[in-house]
Design a protein around this ligand. Sequence first.
Ligand SMILES: NC(=O)c1ccc[n+]([C@@H]2O[C@H](COP(=O)([O-])OP(=O)(O)OC[C@H]3O[C@@H](n4cnc5c(N)ncnc54)[C@H](O)[C@@H]3O)[C@@H](O)[C@H]2O)c1
Length: 252
Amino acid sequence: MLLKKRAIVTGGTRGIGRAIVKELASKSCCGILFSDVAFIYNSCDECAEELQQEINDPSIKIHGFKADASSLKDAEATVQSAIETLGGVDILVNNAGITRDNLLLRMSEQDFDSVINVNLKSVFNYTKAVMKQMIKQRYGRIVNISSVVGMIGNAGQANYAASKAGVIGFTKATAKELASRNITVNAVAPGFIETEMTQQLNDKQREVLLQNIPLKRMGTPEDIARVVAFLCSEDANYVTGQVIAVDGGMVM
Ligand SMILES: NC(=O)c1ccc[n+]([C@@H]2O[C@H](COP(=O)([O-])OP(=O)(O)OC[C@H]3O[C@@H](n4cnc5c(N)ncnc54)[C@H](O)[C@@H]3O)[C@@H](O)[C@H]2O)c1
């Protein structure tokens, strides 16, 4: 039986977020779940329109909302509008993220703050904004996108590693707080995934990275999206507070 859900995905117009929106909206997803989806984006209006047209299934509602994920005020207003548009919310995927890499010696306060605000505070903002509705209906699936860098660190990414380790701590604390209301909270920690975020890597850096990946390839956004969809599905009803690395075996 197909069960239709309602999902909110932050940072949905490109890369991993875009693949998650498409996976959740796909009727072939997990055989048991597909969703109407509200996605949050902060810049490219054409990308948002293109994504809506690409899905183009009259039985599925896809709606883009332009907002800054690091603002609690924006998150509350956007979640309110998304709930009105979709008729509720069952799933939240906190995916929005940025990098501002530099060695700590050269890292500015602004680059530290903006990475923490977009990568970690946004998770607080959207979780806070959806939780009342999820508690009321005694059902919710929350998936936070962390990173293997939050588990093992990486030189030049102190801000990013701190934000992604913070996401893991936040995931475990909220999993404990919300479990009694049948709300699961899990994190997915991608390894190195082919998106615009990793396009800055040069050939030498890629070669070194690949040497440390047992499966000998970078991941695709779809590799991540399928695991996120599983955690949102009824098959994962008894999974909460977990961090699933999707990294080709890089961290084990
Ligand atoms: N690509 C990788 O190798 C990799 C590895 C580990 C974790 N991740 C994480 O996966 C997530 C997606 O990354 P990606 O590779 O698809 O990156 P990306 O740069 O392609 O996409 C990031 C998305 O976040 C959105 N975003 C950024 N700032 C925002 C803001 N203030 N408000 C709303 N939206 C905002 C962007 O518009 C974009 O849609 C991020 O959280 C990232 O940290 C990526």
